[in-house]
Write a protein that binds this ligand. Sequence first.
Ligand code: EPZ
Length: 421
Amino acid sequence: MDKFIINGGTKLSGKVKIDGAKNASLALMPATLLTNGKSILRNTPRLRDVNTMISLLEFFGVETTFTDHTLTLDTSNIKSQNAPYEHVKKMRASVYVLGPLLAKYGRAKVSLPGGCAWGPRPINLHIEGLKKLGAEIELEEGYIIAKAKKLVGAEINFEKSSVGATGNILMAATLAKGTTIINNAAKEPEINNLAQFLNKMGARISGINTSKLIIEGVNELSPATIDTIPDRIEAGTLLIAGAITKGKIELQNCNFEHINILINKLKESGCKLFVNNDLITLDASNIDINPIDISTAVYPGFPTDMQAQWIALMSVAKGVANVTDNIYLDRFNHVPELLRLGASIKMIENTAIITGIKKLKGAKVMSTDLRASASLVLAGLVADGTTEVLRVYHLDRGYQLIDEKLKMLGADIKRVEGTEY
Ligand code: EPZ
């Protein structure tokens, strides 16, 4: 398992290009199961999670080619609709295959996803939504066994906004008989990217970018080509890298509208930010970082996927900040590791109270999940001395070579491969 060795203290400067959005790709890829033929997903990031989804789709019989950042998926010869535990346990997003397989083939057998580093992540909204569309669903020996001769449109009211459940039901509804209405649908940009792709395939979805999606079912969909949106969480993470090191950086290939709230919070923390089309420039030279409270919410609120990174920034702010996660109440595995770097953080339920300190001190820290690892890297960039971040395979799930990107911005970071712990 690889680790990063980071020597803190360098002010980042320079330019780096943002890759395609992991959480868009993980929805766009299973959507191709709704068609027969070759679909093309441009700007697909080269990530562990993308490779995990590729191997699951190939298990069904999908033929894939991945050249540079263009992923071609040929769904002409699907042989199986079974997603075994060995695949699904690696990544919760595998459950996204349920809706498309059920809609296209009338059956699906998908292992229940395991928990994840920060606790249970239920899929009741996915199951209830598919049942509303007429699916028969049994849970047997850790598997979801779903059947439906023909899904039938229905009105679905999500009591909680769920990205995954919205994506699954949206995909299933495209081939259902009649009209489906999804109330309290997730409005995350990744869902909008999925809806655009489905419409390019011939689906009839309206209400995109709103919390009420209306889907007129059609008989079949055709392969299509789509541009994956830029990864707003990678962009946010690198902006915080510029802020925490009091540097000056420029990000290319961004969609600033997807991270408006983060840009505003960074401005409140004292950073100067300039936006010009798909370029975002952050200048944090010689600033004192103001302590700014955040509370995560569904889009367009502050994303839970940026909570850990914000805590890292607040650990060197000039004062006390409160960070509350309302989406995942226990997504704080990064806190004990940040304490090892000298941060001063107290937890009260789902709120971290961070008292900023002058200097963090380098230490060995352990990655536990994707965004927790990102926060440890950010802290290491500014900590005195050397920080070793272990088990960085977590980072490779959701960031394409983040060490190389940080090196391009001047960071003193080195990947040491294959170190066993
Ligand atoms: C997506 O996960 C993202 N993953 C997550 O990003 C992100 O943290 C999350 O949305 C929230 O924005 C992908 O898109 C692949 P949810 P998802 O369903 O769809 C509860 C990352 O770091 N819920 O929107 O699984 C759930 O427990 C990853 O890139 C139910 O109760 O999230 C949570 O509290 C981590 N029942 C809330 O809804 C359900 O059936 C939001 O979850 C489904 C969800």
